[in-house]
Design a protein. Structure first.
Length: 104
């Protein structure tokens, strides 16, 4: 199960953590993991290229964390919202493989 935890405060995105494995297929052939990996890889690349000073990106063995440092950057907030929509799209299609917990 891929676990996504989204932290918001006063309507603003603060952090997104993703960890786990979807178990939607054999390792290396899991379409749910592939979709989530593609979404997160694109987001990480975009944040690194465009908003490096406004976010903290952490990639570990089985987890990814994106923390917003500059809450005043409206572009970061909008791209974060877009990222969450993408994750929710996968969640709707594969609720047995992905969970989303919203905090705050």
């Amino acid at each position: 199960m891929v676990k996504v935890e989204l932290t918001k405060q006063n309507g603003q995105f603060l952090e997104l953590k993703m960890s786990g494995h979807a178990n939607g297929g054999d390792y290396g052939h899991d379409l749910v993991c592939a979709a989530l990996t593609g979404i997160m890889s694109g987001a990480l690349n975009a944040y690194d290229a465009e908003y490096r000073d406004d976010v903290i990106l952490m990639v570990k063995d089985n987890s990814i964390t994106i923390k917003v440092k500059n809450l005043a950057n409206k572009d970061v907030q909008k791209t974060f919202e877009f990222l969450v929509y993408q994750i929710k799209t996968i969640l709707v299609q594969y609720p047995q493989n992905v969970t989303l917990k919203e905090v705050g």
